[in-house]
Each structure stands twice: as structure tokens, then as C-alpha cells.
Write a protein that binds this ligand. Sequence first.
Ligand SMILES: [Zn+2]
Length: 215
Amino acid sequence: MEKIIVLIGAPGAGKGTQARLLEERRGIPQISTGDMFREMKTLDTPLAKEVQEIMASGKLISDDITYRIVRERTSKDDTKGSYVLDGYPRTAVQAEQLEELAKEQGKEIIAIEVDVPRDELMKRLTGRRSCPECGEIYNIYSKPPKAEGVCDEHPQTPLSHRADDTEEKVAVRLATYDEQTKPLLEYYANSGRLTKIDGTGDIEGIFKDLEGVLS
Ligand SMILES: [Zn+2]
């Protein structure tokens, strides 16, 4: 049976990287809510026009509208087979709505949590530095530049640290994530469809685990 793969992971857990690998190596398209909303701004469908009006008015996009966006996007040819959802569902209500879609499309839902311990996420997110010159990303813990504080290619350019990568702000983002995602994890765990994979270690190893879950 074709699958709807729901990837769940905290900021910094690397689920985006894994979703990209699934697309590149297995041809499983990655459908992300961010991309869908961006697409809605330029499309000319009745739904897109409705979404554009809501956005222009500054109102929030409801669960029902979000569901219709996902439904419209996944009715295209590239999602006839299995696909990965990134950033959807976010709540238990959205998860229930997704059941309808799965039924309609004749697919089974499988939820995979990319699990990374809190202190590791903290390091990944607060350790991030980037070169304003070339955009190269470093991490002071896991991928330090050759000389402290400057880009390998641009030794005259001090690396920059994003204002929302401070420990305090990252802690808030992670707490928000936990709070929002807990009901979702419970929803899938209670229906026996949640698999946890270890999101620490190297990217290839994590991908192997992911493939193992899907096979
Ligand atoms: Zn540089």
C-alpha cells in the first residue's frame, strides 16, 4: 500500500534533510506546508484566491483551509504514490482530518519521529554561525571553522550569529514545539503508527534507519 509519511521532528532535528534524501534517492516527494503556502500566493485556483484573501486580511488560516490546501496539492500526479508530509499535520485535529484524505487516496499513514535529545538540539541551534559573504554554515560544536570566528574562505569576514539562535530563544522554540507536538505524537502512538528513530549520529546512518522503517 502506498504511504503518507508524516515526519515529526523538533527544530534542528534534521527532518528536512532526511525528507530531501527520501526525495532524491527514493523518488518520494516531499510536501512541505511552507512550500504549499508560498505556492498559494501565486496560483490562480479558487482555493488559492480564497487563501490570498485570508492572508491579505491578516487572519489565520484555519485547519479546514489548510486541509483543503494539502488535499489540492496531493491530488497532483507526483503524489499518486507515497509522499512525505513535512510540517503537516501539526495538531491532533489536523491528524484526524488527514485520516479522511488517506482513506480517499487509498494510502496508509505512517508517522516517524526523528528523535534528538534536548541538549544536542541546543548545541545544533545555538552553535550555528554563518558567513555573511558566502552563506556557508558552520557550527562551533560540530563543524567549527579552521580559525575561530571567521569563514575558511573569507578570513577577513567575521561569522554572524542569528539573533534568534540564543539559548533563551531556542529554549522557547523547543518548549513550544514540545507543547504543540505532544498531542500529535500521542495520537499516532495510540493508534500504533508511530515509530521513533534516533536522530543523532551521521546523516547516512539516520537515513538507513528511516529506510528500514519504510520497508
Ligand atoms: Zn565565506
